[in-house]
Design a protein around this ligand. Structure first.
Ligand code: MG
Length: 460
């Protein structure tokens, strides 16, 4: 059947346009039918507008199907996932639109292993949803009230601390700037840093559904204020979360904001030494730089390219029997001994563990990586327009090596280009890198002119 609800990472949409309480309640029923009567489901949400309303509607649908509901309420997505994985739960539901603009919200479903359910299973839920599935149980089945799980965040923080050498980090005297995006990262990362003996300055760490500080997506652009604070305070590291804190975009001690494939590469090389029992391979989306291969291959670490989307990466790692890590250029990093999902606070602790162990500054480590200049851009496009753009790029660069598992990635001598439809927004994403900034700019203009006929261009 056609996929009409779930995108690459749950159901997303603008609040009260697509994401209504009516939809959330019917989806709650469908999710309840999928897990089955008596299943134990942990529910949580990020700070977004409508989050409580949607959560309540989902809970109502779950209860109607005879599901036992546990409520963690405000919590980062990886916090909910860690509790589902380690606690007595059959699954979870998270109300979040992650990095999307503030007017969005979303709903995603977590399996008993703490990972988002496979896309095939989402289709099962869609089927229940579109059939209008609604159980009618005997009245005696409806005597169960949700249990509030106040301890979920503390469980999660303890789980992260178990992965690192706390005393070593405490001894290093780090200073960190943390930008919480005004959302649920604020409930974990500042407390985590305190427990690691780190002095921190917090930016946008008050909870506010209007996201007054910056948009929920962390990037060099949206972390400018945090970077200025880092320079002013001469801090060692900057960490910026997205709306549900499964991502962490990092800035080094010189205030340079890094894409996640950079620090993901460094963390993977480090983790390969500390957790030497793990299979020596990493998984990263086609949107990552070729520098990942340049750096890790000589260290005997295999790089597996994947379609974009963290759920795909998680599920591939499980299927293949493990890995050192999975990561994405958008700041998602999976530390597999902890859990095989993206986790911003875990990534933060791991970075500090790496810096304390290697006794190097972040900027020194970054300068050991091969230099490429990245540009990322997104242009409004329907699915069809984006697909047309992909085809144009394939034709234009027909003489180059191409990876076509997700959109098209062109690999040239000293440059690469990726053009793909977004899975969560009506846009076409362009990512590219070249050896110098002028060449990168020239390449961007070339790609834009190639795809402009698809996007309506002059005809407007
Ligand atoms: Mg996210």
């Amino acid at each position: 059947m056609p996929r009409r609800l779930f995108g690459t990472d749950g159901v997303r949409g603008v609040l009260m346009e697509r994401l209504t309480p009516e939809l959330a309640q019917q989806l709650g029923r469908a999710i309840g039918a999928y897990f089955g009567k008596g299943a134990r489901i942990l529910v949580g949400r990020d700070v977004r507008a409508g989050g409580y309303m949607l959560k309540s509607a989902v809970i109502s649908g779950l209860l109607a199907e005879g599901v036992k509901v546990y409520d963690a309420d405000l919590i980062p997505t990886p916090g909910l996932q860690f509790n589902v994985k380690t606690g007595p739960y059959d699954g979870g539901v998270m109300i979040t639109a992650s990095h999307n603009p503030p007017e969005y919200n979303g709903i995603k479903v977590i399996g008993a292993d703490g990972i988002e359910i496979p896309h095939e299973d989402e289709e099962v839920i869609e089927e229940y949803f579109f059939k209008g599935h609604a159980s009618k149980l005997p009245w005696r089945s409806y005597t169960y009230d949700p249990i509030i799980k106040h301890e979920a965040i503390e469980n999660y923080i303890k789980g992260i601390l178990d992965q690192v050498d706390v005393d070593l980090i405490k001894g290093a005297g780090f200073r960190v700037v943390i930008d919480c995006a005004n959302s649920v990262g604020a409930l974990v990362t500042p407390r985590l840093l305190s427990r690691l003996g780190v002095k921190y300055v917090s930016v946008n760490c008050n909870l506010d559904p209007l996201f007054p500080g910056r948009p929920p997506e962390p990037s060099p652009d949206t972390l400018k204020v945090a970077a200025a604070v880092l320079r002013e305070t001469k801090a060692d590291l900057l960490v910026g979360h997205d709306g549900d804190a499964d991502r962490a975009i990092v800035g080094d001690d010189r205030g340079r904001i890094l894409w996640g494939d950079r620090d993901g590469t460094l963390l993977s090389a480090f983790a390969a030494e500390v957790w030497s029992e793990l299979p020596r391979r990493v998984y990263t989306g086609v949107s990552s730089s070729i520098l990942v291969e340049d750096f890790l291959r000589p260290r005997g670490i295999e790089v597996v390219w994947t379609p974009v989307g963290s759920v795909t990466i998680s599920r591939m790692i499980v299927k293949d029997g493990g890995a050192i890590s999975g990561f994405e250029e958008n700041g998602g990093y999976m530390h597999t001994p902890h859990q095989i999902v993206r986790d911003g606070p875990m990534k933060t602790a791991l970075l500090l563990f790496m810096l304390a162990t290697l006794k190097k500054r972040m900027s020194e480590l970054v300068d050991e990586l091969p230099t490429y200049y990245p540009i990322k851009e997104k242009l409004p496009a329907t699915r069809e327009q984006a697909q047309c753009a992909v085809e144009k790029v394939k034709e234009h660069f027909a003489n180059f090596r191409q990876v076509t598992i997700d959109g098209v990635k062109v690999l040239g001598e000293g440059f690469w280009v990726l053009v793909r439809p977004s899975g969560t927004e009506p846009v076409v994403r362009i990512m590219l890198e070249a050896r110098d900034p002028e060449e990168a700019e020239r390449l961007l203009n070339e790609v834009k002119s190639i795809i402009s006929p698809c996007l309506g261009g002059e005809q407007g």
